[in-house]
Design a binder for this molecule. Structure first.
Ligand SMILES: Cc1cc2nc3c(=O)[nH]c(=O)nc-3n(C[C@H](O)[C@H](O)[C@H](O)COP(=O)(O)O)c2cc1C
Length: 324
């Protein structure tokens, strides 16, 4: 399938794996890219720019296909060495960067000068238009359903995607709630040029996480995610567990007085224990409502082939409807 996104990134299928903390390692990105999608290494999961340079080199050893790096700008106590990460990306010859979390304007000139395509992930039409105006090549439009940070507007993709199509001139992909061929055809119908998936890619054979994480997604229904940190205006959609229930109780108790320090135990530095050790109740971890649509743990190749086959069957069925 050829779309503005496959052409822009030089990939076979219009399917992107969004950056994911402690999931987007070289193994994940290479598996998605080898299957014809765009795999993405999560920059900040690597402790230093030097570590990121090594991860990029490892990924290049595993695939000849294009892959990207995610750079997330989120409120953090100590700001990471962003200029260093950008240098590692440029030196590593990476051709696509997914930015997220905040306006990427400060790093954009360096990336553009190096001929890197930038896709900015945003959760509102307003932010998508801003990304377009500062020179991003594409945007990833992340609806309220998404795993991770859906923003504070709570607009689901049935509205957000066609709104984005009505306003944007640059190509965009859908993100949040995407799982299968139906998601892809619906995204195209809404005007997107492809789709981005997070949660669905964790439940694959190659995802470099503990099997408990994959089983938790498999067992979860669409009712099992919760929104945390809303009082801090840093809302995150996570899978419910004992730590999340504790966190939500604190939010309820403290109301407007809640501070980050009150919930630090449930949210800070918990990813290594969860993703590597499989300690599922260690803290809050991002997961999308789409967990309800995850029924198996295929390889990335099986998943992407199945999505493309299903999309093609749906399009044929639509054609037959029109002809009838
Ligand atoms: C475990 C997990 C970790 C994530 N970490 C990041 C991250 O570090 N940076 C980022 O931009 N997005 C992150 N995301 C968001 C994904 O890139 C993607 O936008 C989102 O998962 C799409 O929604 P879906 O899960 O419904 O597919 C994360 C998502 C998950 C599930």
């Amino acid at each position: 399938m050829k779309t503005a996104i496959t052409e822009m990134f030089g990939i076979e299928h219009p399917i992107i794996q969004g950056g994911m903390h402690f999931v987007g390692l070289a193994e994940m990105a290479a598996a998605v890219s080898n299957a014809g999608g765009l795999g993405i290494i999560t920059g900040l999961t690597q402790k230093t720019p030097g570590d990121l340079a090594n991860e990029i080199a490892r990924c290049r050893d595993m695939t000849d296909r294009p892959f990207g790096v995610n750079l997330t700008f989120l409120p953090m106590v100590n700001a990471p060495d962003y200029p260093g990460y950008v240098r590692a990306i440029i030196k590593g010859g990476v051709k696509v960067v997914e930015t997220a979390g905040n306006n990427p304007q400060a790093v954009l000139p360096y990336l553009k000068d190096a001929g890197i395509r930038v896709i900015h992930k945003c959760t509102s039409v307003r932010h998508a238009l801003k990304a377009q105006s500062i020179g991003c090549d594409a945007v990833s439009v992340d609806g309220f359903e998404c795993g991770g940070h859906p923003g504070e507007d709570d607009v689901p993709n049935f509205i957000l995607l066609p709104r984005a199509a009505d306003e944007l001139e640059i190509p965009f992909v859908s993100s949040g709630g995407m799982a299968d061929g139906r998601s892809l055809v619906a995204s195209l119908a809404f005007g997107a040029a492809g789709m981005n998936m997070g949660t669905r890619f964790i439940a694959t054979r190659e995802a470099p996480v503990h099997d408990n994480v994959k089983q938790a997604i498999l067992a979860a229904s669409e009712l099992d995610t919760r929104l945390v940190m809303r009082p801090l205006r840093n809302t995150e959609r996570v899978l419910n567990n004992a730590a999340v229930e504790r966190l939500l109780e604190k939010e309820q108790e403290l109301g407007a007085d809640l501070k980050f320090e009150d919930i630090i135990e449930e949210v800070a530095g918990v990813y290594p224990s969860i993703m590597r050790e499989g300690e599922m109740d260690r803290g809050a971890w991002s997961c999308g409502m789409v967990a309800g649509l995850v029924y198996d743990i295929p390889t990335c190749q099986e998943l992407i082939d199945r999505i493309m086959r299903q999309a093609s069957e749906i399009i044929d069925r639509m054609d037959a409807l029109r002809a009838a």
